[in-house]
Design a protein around this ligand. Structure first.
Ligand code: CA
Length: 229
């Protein structure tokens, strides 16, 4: 069965373009034209993916994204943002809020489908379950639970992915570009995008408390996870 997609967008021509192209590919498409009802629809429909416009009546896209990521019922649903060129700063905020990808308007149907497929594929990949350990830090990749000294750390899905990738590569330096590509799935074209990685690393360090020195900044390169205690 093909995936279902919830489109939260108020511009008629964009709705038609997106709906037509996704339906042609066999996806089931739901549309919501307001931010607040969009978040409610997401809970009701449990779509495989959400395409979220940033400029919406009632509640803007960033607030919708925050609402979706804060709710257990919708937190795991991947979100692709629709942004205008002038909304560059919002795009970064969106990624920081947990959006998985973005498409800049105007976009071609081909780009839309490529992004949707890539995000769906990433969200459906089931990684092998295992427990990663370093000092007092334990990561259960099956249950998505991170603990330090047995106390749970509340990580977002991106922070979790970041920690897992760093731990799996322990001792090796991973560049921001590699991390961006592995976690967000795209080649960074703007310097600003690599700052998203720095921001997530900052949050992650705070959350793993006493084990934070294990995430070492390698100046002008990237990050390394230190195994030694
Ligand atoms: Ca709009």
């Amino acid at each position: 069965m093909k995936a279902s997609i919830l489109l939260i967008e108020d511009e008629k021509n964009i709705i038609e373009l997106v709906r037509y192209n996704l339906e042609q590919e066999g996806y089931k498409v739901f549309v919501s034209t307001r931010g607040n009802t969009g978040a409610e629809e997401a809970i009701r429909r449990k779509p495989s993916l959400i395409i979220l416009d940033l400029m919406l009546p009632e509640m803007n896209g960033l607030d919708v994204c925050k609402t979706l990521k804060a709710n257990d019922m919708t937190a795991a649903i991947p979100v692709v943002m629709l942004t205008a060129k002038s909304e560059e700063a919002d795009k970064i905020v969106g990624l920081e809020l947990g959006a998985d990808d973005y498409i800049t308007k105007p976009f071609s149907p081909r780009e839309l489908l490529a992004r949707v497929k890539a995000v769906l594929r990433r969200s459906q990949e089931k990684p092998k379950e295992k427990t990663l350990k370093a000092g007092d830090l334990e990561v259960d990749t099956g249950k998505h639970i991170v603990t330090v000294k047995g106390k749970t750390c509340e990580l977002t899905s991106k922070e979790f992915d970041l920690l897992q990738i760093l731990m799996e590569a322990r001792g090796r330096v991973l560049t921001r570009e590699v991390l961006l590509d592995k976690i967000w799935g795209y080649e960074p074209s703007l310097n600003i995008e690599t700052r998203t990685v720095d921001m997530h690393i900052g949050q992650l360090r705070k959350k793993i408390r006493s084990e934070s020195p294990r995430i070492v900044t390698v100046k002008n390169v990237g990050y390394r996870f230190d195994d030694e205690s």
